[in-house]
Design a protein around this ligand. Structure first.
Ligand code: PLP
Length: 381
């Protein structure tokens, strides 16, 4: 059978591939510490689960408005308005199947064949694939450790052409944990106006910030109409499996996006929407506190091990430069797996010579991971 050229050019997600390898070894009886996952290890808070259960008992099990129930869209708008001093209302919001669908729908909405979308590397695994799936051309701009993984302004400017349709910004960043400061966000805002392109701002980790202030792209009024803001309940409330995310944008964008959703998936599953409605009332600061504790623990240990990295300010990953050890990132990960520790190679994020290690794991597992790394690095020398 001949598949479409679009699908032939797609690679399966490397993060999932490595996780499967680790699982396979675990099933064979090996003890593996898995620091590959991009999901919080906390339980979904009980009131959220109860809200879904209650909704189901009340018969809220049918189709809803394709864009999501009005109460949820209203509450999301209020929640974001309070955080970022915006003035969105329910017509600016569409509830999606996770942040992933929010991004996909956004790219599908704006991309004509051959349109260029700028992505900053290291970049999350699915941006490149999603851009290709909708017929666009990903234009990768490198950010380096020397610049704290913030791309140089001139490199971004040089990447802009007549075909530039949008830029994807991801802060806090997966995989680097970088939180872009106000100055950089303001630069992107201005650039989008000067060169007339769209900003796709993926802020799914905006509620997991450990140091300093956080600046959202929504903060910039002048570019707000050309900003598509993507967020999710997955990371903030440990709700990865519930599949609820959302897009916020000007009403015209949301109306068009609703057409895509109406012909592809329809509304997000109804009990999950009621769960999300409850989630917006739940304080997640206990998770933030715990993640910060883990980040700080690893920071001290990694310094002792002589690792090269940028201290993450948000999200829950360490992105470590392993180029000095004489192995490429895939070999490094494969060998490390033989020692019992699973992490993801940087090439999955378009950045060879690095590994990504998630600290969304118990302290016990993190302590084991440090011991394994210590032994592995000693044996490498
Ligand atoms: N964006 C980034 C940067 C992510 O890391 C993830 C999940 O790993 C997503 C978007 C999508 O999250 P979800 O679809 O679970 O909301």
């Amino acid at each position: 059978m001949k598949f479409s050229t679009k699908i032939e050019s797609l690679q399966p997600s490397a993060t999932i591939e490595l996780n499967s390898k680790a699982l396979e070894l675990q099933n064979k009886g090996y003890e593996i510490v898995r620091l590959t996952a991009g999901e919080p290890d906390f339980e979904t808070p009980q009131p959220i689960i109860n809200a879904a259960y209650q909704a189901m008992k009340e018969g809220k099990t049918k189709y809803t408005d394709n864009k999501g129930i009005k109460e949820l869209r209203q509450k999301i708008a209020q929640y974001i308005n309070k955080k970022y001093s915006t003035n969105y209302n329910e017509n600016n919001v569409i509830v999606t199947n996770g942040g992933k669908q929010a991004l996909f729908n956004s790219l599908f909405l704006i991309t004509n064949p051959g349109d260029e979308i700028i992505v900053i590397d290291p970049s999350w695994v699915s941006y490149d694939a999603q851009i290709r799936m909708v017929g666009g051309i990903p234009v990768h701009v490198k950010a380096t450790k020397e610049n704290n993984y913030i791309p140089e302004k001139k490199h971004l400017e040089n990447a802009i052409t007549k075909k530039t349709k949008a830029i994807i910004i991801n802060s806090p960043n997966n995989p680097t944990g970088v939180v872009y400061d106000k100055e950089f966000m303001s630069f992107i805002s201005k650039l989008s106006i000067d060169h007339d392109f769209i900003i796709l701002s993926d802020e799914v980790y905006d509620a997991l910030v450990y140091d300093g202030d956080y600046t959202s792209m929504a903060n910039f009024e002048k570019s707000r109409d050309r900003t598509i803001f993507v967020n999710s309940f997955s990371k903030t409330w440990s709700m990865t499996g519930w599949r609820v995310g959302y897009t916020i944008a000007n009403e015209k964008i949301i109306t068009q996006m609703a057409k895509i959703q109406s012909h592809s998936t329809s509304n997000v599953n109804t009990p999950s929407q009621y769960a999300a409605l409850k989630a917006l009332e739940i304080d997640n600061s206990y998770m933030v506190k715990e993640f910060k504790k883990r980040r700080d623990y690893l920071y001290a240990e990694f310094i002792k091990l002589g690792l090269t990295f940028h201290k993450p300010k948000g999200a829950f990953y360490y992105f470590i430069d392993i180029s000095k050890y004489g192995l490429n990132d895939k070999e490094f990960c494969e060998k490390l797996l033989e020692y019992g520790l699973a992490v993801v190679p940087g090439s999955a994020f378009f950045c060879d010579g690095h590994i990504r290690l998630s600290f969304a794991a118990s302290m016990n597992d993190l302590q084991k991971a440090v011991e394994i790394l210590k032994k592995f690095l000693t044996d490498l020398e």
